[in-house]
Design a protein around this ligand. Structure first.
Ligand code: SAM
Ligand code: SF4
Ligand code: SF4
Length: 356
């Protein structure tokens, strides 16, 4: 960011913790709207597309506990982000429900007035234990990941941990706690779970929940991704349309990654997140912060910026806001649009570390 651009931001920004959002734009003109925070990089599953067990050999794979941001620090950081435009926050991981005291953190974040959408992405296994408390703490929405209803396929994709039954029980617990319109994230791997997608979509049709079919992505560096592992969203769309006719829903939010389609018979919607075959970098208004406070401007980044010293230090809030504004202003990522042209980069950061 040029120094004059930075001083413009400083002139117009108000120092109050919940000051109205200031329109900071990145180098490609994109504002910042959404923040994904990984609250923990550990997980109780070992999905091969994310955290393959064979990539976790040896010590030091996961962040040491003392390097994790505390609840105080996360709240401070989120408040600062709201000053430069963030109004949607999603807690993720790793598996966020494994973080000790997560309910208390949710309660604190739910109390930040500038946030109008507080959500959580989980593999669902621990929802029977936590769904009620999360709802009471002010969590707005839940997304649950489920790749297959078939137990053998589920186990193949989860590294042999957990079960589809447990995830379905988690979804039921979320319903009972009062969460409606739950999003069901399904990563589609060609030759692994693609044949079971109609079963999955059929299972949730008419329930009010929305299955979102996600193209397997080349995030991280240990999932052995190849282009041949991707089932294009368009292929799935055609299959679904043949069984239950669908039509596109007009986009409500330009920055939402999922393209929404509705069943013509009125039995709900299905979403497609096709970041490989239909990239959407031009509308990407999302920042990520890992559990140790590293800021990432793109899901496919090879490096980030450690915010922990500035969040943990004695600096005033305005300095943190300025720093974040500077980071966002310098952003020019558009990996999915230039996939394959980037040449040899350093290994990409794993998704479970960065926050999916
Ligand atoms: N553990 C939680 C869960 O699975 O929902 C939250 C973290 S997980 C990294 C967030 C989302 O990223 C999940 O829906 C998961 O399916 C998705 N994901 C992980 N690796 C992926 C990949 N290689 N391609 C596409 N989506 C992926
Ligand atoms: Fe864990 Fe979620 Fe990654 Fe699966 S996708 S290994 S549940 S963090
Ligand atoms: Fe955003 Fe990076 Fe994904 Fe493009 S590749 S949509 S810039 S996270």
């Amino acid at each position: 960011m040029s120094s004059s651009a930075h001083s413009d931001i400083l002139r117009i920004r108000k120092p109050a913790p919940e000051a109205p959002a200031i329109a900071v734009r990145d180098r490609l003109g994109r504002p910042l709207r959404d923040l994904r925070i990984s609250v923990l990089d550990r997980c109780n599953l070992r999905c091969g597309y994310c955290m393959p067990a064979d990539s976790l050999q040896g010590q030091g794979v996961f962040l040491p506990r003392e390097s994790l941001l505390t609840d105080d620090e996360i709240e401070r950081l989120v408040r600062a982000f709201t000053c430069i435009g963030v109004h949607k926050v999603r807690l993720t991981g790793g598996e966020p429900l494994l973080r000790r005291g997560l309910v208390g953190l949710v309660r604190r974040l739910a109390g930040i007035g500038a946030i109008d959408d507080l959500a959580l992405t989980t593999n669902g296994i621990l929802l029977p234990r936590f769904a009620g408390e999360l709802k009471a703490a002010g969590l707005g929405r839940i997304t649950v990941s489920l790749d297959s209803l078939d137990e053998a396929t589920f186990a193949r994709m989860s590294g042999g941990r957990g079960s589809a039954r447990e995830v379905l029980d988690g979804i039921k617990a979320a319903e009972d706690a009062g969460f409606g319109a739950i999003k069901i994230n399904t990563v589609v791997q060609q030759g692994v779970n693609d044949k079971g997608i109609l079963d999955l979509v059929g299972h949730f049709r008419g329930t009010g929940h929305v299955v979102r079919l996600i193209e397997f992505m080349d995030v991280g560096h240990s999932n052995h991704w190849t282009p041949g592992d991707v089932t294009p969203g368009a292929t799935l769309r055609e299959q679904i349309h043949r069984r239950w006719p669908i039509e596109p829903v007009e986009r409500q939010s330009a920055s939402a990654p999922a393209r929404r389609w509705r069943f013509k018979d009125g039995r709900g919607e299905v979403g497609f997140i096709s970041s490989v075959t239909e990239p959407f970098c031009g509308q990407c208004t999302r920042a990520r912060v890992a559990a140790d406070g590293t800021f990432y401007s793109c899901l496919f980044a090879s490096r980030g910026t450690l915010l922990r010293p500035i969040v943990r230090g004695e600096h005033d809030s305005q300095r943190l806001v300025d720093y974040l504004a500077g980071l966002w202003s310098g952003r020019e990522d558009r990996y999915s649009e230039i996939r394959g042209q980037a040449g040899d980069a350093d290994p990409r950061v794993e998704m479970y570390r960065m926050g999916g």
